[in-house]
Design a protein around this ligand. Structure first.
Ligand SMILES: [Zn+2]
Length: 196
């Protein structure tokens, strides 16, 4: 198992046909996930295109997530986490923490994404919306949204299958001001491994 350090990100290259298992090691950690087509980072996994393709708000086992060119890039092939993930919320960023009252610079998933891309020699002007693995965004009948603690249990995981050669970025979300990462407001490590 490779570590996704708490509050930090990792970049992982996958070939078409490979699978990557993302483990919620301690059970309450959201992992913001991005995927970019190898060789053209302007083609990325898109939540708004994926919701159309899937016909639902978040993926179930067997659903494929697609790029902004509507090509399948990842498929959810296994999920022992309870199946609650978010596709609606933007990645956290410095502005989000400022609005929440942070007075010091705060780690955030947006900077984590761009740091991971920079390490791969990629500069991207935009920040695509991530697939927020394990994030529990409760949707009420009247349309109201609320961020609730994850339902995932320690050691549960999802397995993502690559439908094309891709660069993945995982960020162990540093959110500690609202219960994105559990009522304890304590970001933790997560882990991943390439299955084959
Ligand atoms: Zn975050």
């Amino acid at each position: 198992m490779e570590r996704i350090p708490a509050r930090r990100s990792v970049a992982v290259r996958v070939a078409r046909g490979q699978r990557v298992e993302v483990v919620n090691t301690h059970g309450q950690q959201v992992v913001d996930t991005w995927a970019f087509a190898t060789g053209d980072p302007a083609e990325w996994m898109s939540m708004e295109h994926s919701r159309v393709h899937m016909g639902r708000l978040s993926p179930r086992v067997g659903d494929s997530l697609v790029t902004n060119r509507r090509r399948a890039i990842l498929t959810l092939v296994e999920d022992t986490s309870g199946g609650v993930h978010d596709t609606l919320l933007a990645a956290c960023d410095r502005y989000r923490y400022q609005l929440l009252g942070a007075t010091e610079p705060h780690d955030n998933c947006t900077d984590n994404l761009h740091a991971a891309l920079a390490a791969e020699g990629i500069a991207l002007a935009a920040t695509p919306s991530p697939l927020n693995l394990f994030e529990h965004t409760a949707l009420a009948a009247d349309g109201a949204l609320a961020i609730e603690p994850p339902v995932a249990t320690p050691g549960s995981h999802v397995t993502l299958g690559a439908e094309m050669d891709a660069l993945l970025v995982f960020s162990a979300c540093p959110q500690d001001l609202v219960p994105t990462n559990g009522a304890g407001l304590t970001p933790t490590d997560a882990h991943y491994r390439l299955v084959r």
